[in-house]
Write a protein of this length. Structure first.
Length: 113
């Protein structure tokens, strides 16, 4: 991703942004269980120095995965409530390692039209 659009901002208001890259290998032992409208995940944390875990979802018919949940380090389970249309989605888990923070970017929104 090389750009970002932040919709619905308040006119003539300053905002500050930073970005932080992340990398992480895919986990191979993600297990899921669906009970009613909840999907529960478990996995084995095999890394002693991760920043956390990123759970991603690919909705039925979608080409790409999207982030859906970030955990802290040393976690091995989480749950989500299924939203309409998420039945049959695919999931994957990444171990997170964060890179350095970017300088702060200051932007002020324009006047309301």
């Amino acid at each position: 991703m090389t750009s970002y659009h932040h919709p619905g901002l308040i006119p003539e208001t300053p905002f500050y942004y930073r970005e932080q890259p992340f990398t992480g290998p895919l986990s191979t032992d993600l297990k899921k269980q669906v009970t009613g409208g909840t999907v529960s995940f478990t996995w084995t944390d095999r890394t002693p120095d991760e920043a956390g875990f990123l759970l991603e979802i690919r909705h039925p018919g979608a080409a790409e995965f999207d982030p859906v949940l970030v955990t802290g380090p040393d976690i091995g389970e989480c749950s989500l409530s299924l939203l309409p249309g998420e039945e049959g989605s695919a999931y994957r888990l990444r171990t997170l390692y964060y890179g350095p923070l970017s300088p702060v970017a200051h932007q002020t929104t324009g006047k309301e039209r």
